[in-house]
Design a protein around this ligand. Structure first.
Ligand SMILES: [Zn+2]
Length: 387
């Protein structure tokens, strides 16, 4: 069976075939480490962790890069507010994030990279974009000239007016007088007194957020990648801008064969977010629930479906967590004698755009009937449960 994944760009499910034979490259936008990890983050990273594990089960090698946005406006704002060094603040929250992820058995990506560690590649890309005429200097900044990239908007499918509206909402500053076009975005931000800076031929300053991800994807995975992932709210302007920068820099397309986006997690009727304060923290949940129960709860929702967190969802999740916990005793069959009909039913669900709710229904029935622990153990491991 072929794995099919929904591609945000084409808006259809497409068969997954990697660029390089048998090796899948995956880039997922990571956190900006200035605050705590909530269930929305856990959902996204658990989904891509499960995708990585499933790709390995399908026989692919997986090279997974995830970044840490360790230099950006949010970090500097918070560092100023707390009177704490921005590096120390970033390191602190990065460690907390990694601990949270480890607590729910999310594997470390192959490359876990700080933006500040990719500075030479970032500067090289901005320089090349200037040389090629895709970027321009204005004020102390360097901007990407969206007019030079007619495909801008092809991932989000938004028209210019919608993009401008969203940019206003998302802090993209369309009214910046230094821009030629309201949709142009910052590649390099000129230095402001008191802020950290890096030296470049066009002056000291720091990178824009979008170029950081393009540079890290390029440095660690190459000019073109198989799958780029992240939360749905990153489609515009972040991923749209990454495509424009990367394809203009390399002259190759598509930058990413697939774009996959996870749905938002709601709580108390609103999107779970720092600004609204309606957060459910992984570090709190782990005190009262097992890692397997948290993972079960997350995977019981399809990654493209918006869902609302509800403590009652743990009733079922805890039941199955307990059943998984009993698997190590090995009651019935021994490893190796797995029933292939269960496996093919499981793979059918997963091959269909990672239909984890369907896979869990089947897995739950297998656990409840207790007749084939070998297959149950195998499936548990593929889904990232601790067995
Ligand atoms: Zn990113």
């Amino acid at each position: 069976m072929t794995l099919k994944l929904f591609n945000s760009g084409s808006t259809i499910k497409e068969a997954f075939r990697p660029l390089r034979k048998n090796v899948a490259s995956l880039y997922v936008c990571g956190v900006t480490p200035y605050d705590t990890t909530h269930l929305g983050h856990a959902f996204t990273y658990t989904v891509f962790d499960t995708l990585g594990r499933y790709l390995m089960h399908k026989g692919f090698g997986v090279v997974y890069t995830q970044n840490v946005t360790d230099i950006d406006d949010d970090i500097l704002r918070r560092s100023k507010k707390e009177g704490r060094d921005w590096r120390e603040l970033g390191d602190f929250w990065t460690r907390r994030f990694l601990d949270d992820m480890k607590s729910i058995n999310v594997m470390r990506p192959t490359h876990y990279v700080k933006a500040t560690a990719s500075m030479p590649r970032i500067i090289r890309m901005v320089g090349r974009l200037l040389e090629k005429g895709f970027a321009y200097r204005s004020g102390n900044n360097v901007y990407f000239d969206v007019k030079k990239f007619p495909r801008y908007g092809s991932l989000s499918h938004f028209n210019t007016r919608q993009m401008e509206m969203l940019l206003r909402e998302r802090g993209g500053n369309p009214l910046d007088a230094n821009k030629r076009n309201p949709l142009d975005f910052i590649l390099w931000q000129g230095w402001t007194e008191g802020e950290p800076y890096w030296n470049t031929p066009w002056g000291r300053g720091r990178p824009g957020w979008h170029i950081e991800c393009s540079a890290m994807a390029n440095e660690y995975l190459g000019d073109r990648i198989d799958i780029h992932g992240g939360g749905r709210d990153l489609i515009f302007p972040h991923h749209e801008s990454e495509i424009a920068q990367s394809e203009s820099y390399t002259g190759k397309r598509p930058f990413s064969r697939f774009f996959m986006h996870t749905a938002m997690v709601m709580y108390m009727g609103e999107k779970m977010s720092k600004s609204l304060g309606n957060l459910v923290l992984v570090s709190h949940l782990i005190k009262t629930h097992t890692p397997n129960a948290i993972r079960w709860l997350l995977l019981s929702h399809h990654y493209r479906q918006v869902w609302e967190y509800d403590e009652q969802g743990f009733d079922e999740a805890e039941h199955f967590s307990e059943m998984i916990g009993r698997l190590h005793v090995g009651r019935n069959t021994v490893d190796g004698s797995a029933d292939e009909s269960y496996m093919s039913e499981f793979e059918q669900a997963m091959d269909d755009d990672l239909n984890t709710p369907q896979a869990l229904r089947m897995f739950g029935a297998l656990l409840d009937n207790g007749k084939d622990d070998a297959t149950a153990r195998r499936i548990a491991r593929i889904l990232g449960f601790i067995v």
